[in-house]
Design a protein around this ligand. Structure first.
Ligand SMILES: Cc1cc2nc3c(=O)[nH]c(=O)nc-3n(C[C@H](O)[C@H](O)[C@H](O)COP(=O)(O)O)c2cc1C
Length: 245
């Protein structure tokens, strides 16, 4: 049964069979970021130009990267949060409203993720659910009500790492942004792209004494529902918990 699914996917997703896309039909390109409601509460982050660099031996960084599931109570600063967001999804260039160049690679430079954050301990921020707006390098508040931590926590199978993290990153696909160029093959590109993003989180977090635990084991429906996304075009692909070591 599973083999049939894989076979069917591979047949449909073969590059040679995949020429009929919205791009090949010259349809309008999807925007590089999901729309932001007009009344959204926007929170500025320290600008990327003002971030401190952190010198680390390259081999130390590669060899010491490890999954950390327990964190100190110490909060992260806004500057550290800004640094992690810059390293994972920072926009370096925007040649048009449809195309971005970022600090991670992405198939066709489609960069089809929106970053959601459950923030528990960042100085100056109320605990709650936020979205990172990469184009403006700012945060948008989504839900800072009391029940949101519980709701998100129910979605993660390894709950303690979520419970005691300072920040949980959740990367959710905007499927049409990738599908525009790659059709059915988009799914595998989204999964590969997510790995690049999370690896940059592991590495950048290490340089500021912060541990990371990648999280792929979650209940999709519960997580999408907690993020208030439809689970159809927009769906969580990957997540990671982080906190001070
Ligand atoms: C795709 C992926 C999904 C993962 N999902 C989880 C998870 O849901 N919960 C968890 O505790 N660790 C998760 N991990 C972390 C792995 O368990 C960890 O990387 C592995 O044990 C190797 O340890 P290391 O990262 O310290 O080298 C995941 C890692 C990857 C790459």
């Amino acid at each position: 049964m599973d083999n049939d699914i894989i076979k069917a996917y591979r047949q449909k997703a073969l590059i040679a069979n995949n020429q009929d896309t919205r791009r090949s039909r010259q349809e309008p390109m999807p925007l590089a970021e999901k729309p932001v409601p007009e009344d959204a509460a926007i929170i500025r982050l320290p600008e990327p130009d003002l971030l401190d660099d952190h010198e680390v031996s390259f081999l130390e960084l590669i060899e010491c990267r490890a999954t950390i599931r327990e964190y100190k109570d110490t909060p992260l600063t806004m500057k550290e949060l800004s640094y992690l967001l810059w390293c994972t999804q920072g926009v370096k260039m925007m040649p048009s409203p449809y195309v971005t160049r970022r600090n991670v690679p992405s198939a066709g430079a489609r960069h089809a993720f929106e970053t959601y954050l459950y923030i528990d301990r960042v100085e100056g921020l109320r605990p709650g659910l936020y979205r990172f707006l990469a184009l403006g390098h700012v945060l948008m508040e989504i839900d800072v009500s009391d029940g949101i931590k519980e709701k998100l926590g129910e979605a993660f199978y390894h709950r303690p790492a979520f419970e005691n993290s300072a920040i949980t990153f959740i990367w959710a696909a905007d499927y049409q942004r990738m599908e525009y160029q790659f059709g059915v093959r988009s799914l595998q590109y989204l999964f590969i792209d997510a790995g690049h993003v999370c690896q940059n989180l592991y590495l950048s977090a290490y340089t500021i004494g912060t541990g990371v635990c990648a999280a792929g084991a979650f209940d999709d429906e519960l997580l999408n529902s907690a993020l208030k996304i439809d689970g159809d075009n927009d769906f969580a692909v990957y997540a990671a918990h982080a906190g001070k070591m």
